[in-house]
Design a protein around this ligand. Structure first.
Ligand SMILES: *Cc1c(COP(=O)(O)O)cnc(C)c1O
Length: 382
């Protein structure tokens, strides 16, 4: 089955009792048993739910994995993955990552004795040197957030496999339409399905995908034993959103490519971060491991005061000032005070995340309207 068919059909079958083409929302906490322990595979809603089962099968197929395990949010999915470790174990993470992931590592798990070291994974020697005897997991994002750096998944996973370390890729920014890390040697893929997978800004949901039976068994155990499961209605909405994933992400990528070029030519813009540019440091790796270059763009202004960035963000109409990404509508945001506020300023500046950096999630509106919107806003600022 090709990708654009999987989004619609993988794991999805008409409801056997009615023929309903849409997966029903099984809004139930428990299931009736004919005698104690005698049931149709469903005993209690935390452990198993048919709407969730359909979503999990679909997600496994989209990432070319064997198993998918869903959670109540992307960060709950991450939490389940880190629970595979124990006190004394160490994580080596990419140094330019989602602020909430950073916060979970340094403000939650560090106090349980699971420490994280942050490295620039574009530098493979630095990565190899960072892996020590206690390192049990690599935490990878590409493209990174918000600097849109690209790291070489195949090369990094090779290092992880050679050292016997579990490699985890947070594939939220790319979505499975653009990139399939398991095919490039990763052990685990994580998603905030809140973003591109659902795509309509109306659900918070997370997922973990793997082909490793042993890891899957542990993750299903954690899903049930800890209990951060998504509700059936959210699973339904995510199934519904995924049906158009390939069409939405393709259009968003086309829009982003045009907007990146427009911004780069604008006299008030000093720098545009977008992996689709041929002079982006890892453009060739992006080209090799991704189907397209994504729809996230970050940029900086010549007048790089925070006030000027704020003025721009409040002058756009179609680009709404909001956290999050990956929905049909275009969003604009200020990482330093919004998504990445939990990262200390000196650490932010080290990776180029200035006080005036602006991040955009390009949606699927008409690209002419989007460009005009930015043009009007840029005219109003210094
Ligand atoms: C949003 C996001 C998360 C967290 O997901 P939630 O669904 O908000 O919990 C993790 N990683 C990345 C890259 C994200 O963008």
């Amino acid at each position: 089955m090709k990708f654009g068919t999987k989004t619609i059909h993988a794991g999805i079958t008409p409801d056997p009792s009615t023929g309903a083409i849409m997966t029903p929302i099984f809004q139930t906490s428990t299931y009736v048993q004919s005698s104690p322990g005698e049931h149709k595979g469903y005993a209690y809603g935390r452990t198993k739910n048919p709407t969730r089962d359909a979503l999990e099968k679909n997600l496994a197929a989209l990432e070319n994995g064997k198993h998918a395990i869903c959670f109540s949010s992307g960060l709950a999915a991450m939490d389940a993955i880190i629970k595979l470790l124990k006190s004394g174990d160490e994580i080596v993470a990419v140094n330019d990552l989602y602020g909430g992931s950073y916060r979970q590592m340094v403000s939650v798990y560090a106090q349980f004795g699971i420490k994280t070291k942050f490295v620039d994974m574009a530098d493979l020697t630095a990565l190899e040197n960072a892996i020590g005897p206690d390192t049990k997991m690599l935490w990878i994002e590409t493209p990174t957030n918000p600097m849109l750096k690209i790291v070489d998944l195949q090369a990094i996973n090779k290092i992880a496999n050679a050292k016997g370390v579990i490699s985890v890729v947070d594939n939220t920014f790319a979505s499975p339409y653009l990139q399939n890390p398991l095919d490039l040697g990763a052990d685990i893929v994580m998603h905030s399905a809140t973003k591109y997978l659902n795509g309509h800004s109306d659900v918070i949901l997370g997922a973990v995908i793997t082909s490793d039976d042993d890891l899957a068994k542990k993750l299903f155990f954690i899903q049930n034993a800890v209990g951060a499961i998504p509700g059936p209605q959210d699973c339904f909405l995510t199934i519904r959103g995924i049906k158009t994933l390939h069409v939405r992400v393709q259009r968003a990528c086309e829009n982003a490519s045009e907007i990146a070029a427009y911004l780069r030519a604008h006299p008030k813009v000093s720098k545009v971060y977008y992996p689709g540019f041929e002079d982006h440091p890892n453009h060739s790796i992006a080209k090799a491991q991704m189907r397209d270059f994504g729809a996230m763009i970050s940029f900086d202004l010549h007048n790089n005061s925070q006030e000027n960035a704020y003025a721009l963000m409040s002058a756009t109409h179609y680009f709404s000032l909001a956290e999050s990404l990956g929905g049909v509508e275009s969003l604009i945001g200020h990482p330093a005070s919004m998504t990445h506020a939990s990262i200390p300023r000196e650490d932010r500046l080290k990776v180029g995340l200035t006080d005036s950096l602006i991040r955009m999630s390009v949606g699927i509106e008409d690209v002419e309207d989007l460009k005009n919107d930015l043009e009007g806003a840029l005219r109003k600022i210094d």
